[in-house]
Design a protein around this ligand. Structure first.
Ligand SMILES: [Zn+2]
Length: 159
């Protein structure tokens, strides 16, 4: 596990190790949250909880009678028209343009924080994005190489 080797190399980060109270995954947290064990992981649980909490707040607000009146007013005002589904984001791009990948901002922030902790200096978001793009390119290259091998193999020994 990567986290374990990181902790072996940087034992002072041990205090930052915590476990998601929701899914139980281990992750590193910011030193200001060291020794806390009531946190949710940045891999989805934190955001899901935030959404649930905001849905609850909104339900509580619109729950009472006055709220119901406001809500139906709001619904009346909203034009009832057909909303076309969002076009898929992976439609063909003009050739020559580099594919831009959207990373989950929470994950980018997590990687940035952990990288900063490990390096002992401030790592910027931009550096993290560059690093992620590099990693992704390597992965694509590896995949392509495997694909080439498979194709070559199919030519030699057709099924
Ligand atoms: Zn979790």
């Amino acid at each position: 596990m990567v986290l374990r080797s990181v902790l072996r190399a940087k034992p002072h980060l041990r205090a930052c190790l915590t476990r998601c109270r929701h899914c139980g995954i281990f992750f590193l947290t910011h030193p200001r949250n060291a020794h806390r064990h009531d946190l949710r992981c940045p891999f989805g649980c934190r955001e899901a909880h935030r959404k649930r909490a905001s849905a609850r707040r909104s339900a509580a607000y619109y729950g009472d009678a006055e709220g119901k009146r406001i809500k139906s007013k709001l619904n009346e005002r909203r034009p009832r028209k057909y909303c076309a589904p969002e076009p898929p984001s992976d439609r063909p791009r003009p050739p020559g343009r580099r594919r831009r990948v959207r990373w989950n901002p929470l994950l980018v922030e997590y990687v940035r924080m952990v990288a900063s902790l490990i390096e002992g200096r401030r790592v910027s978001r931009r550096q993290v994005l560059r690093m992620l793009a590099r990693k992704l390119r390597q992965h694509t290259l590896c995949r392509r190489r495997r694909m080439d091998q498979t194709v070559a193999w199919l030519h030699e020994e057709p099924p």
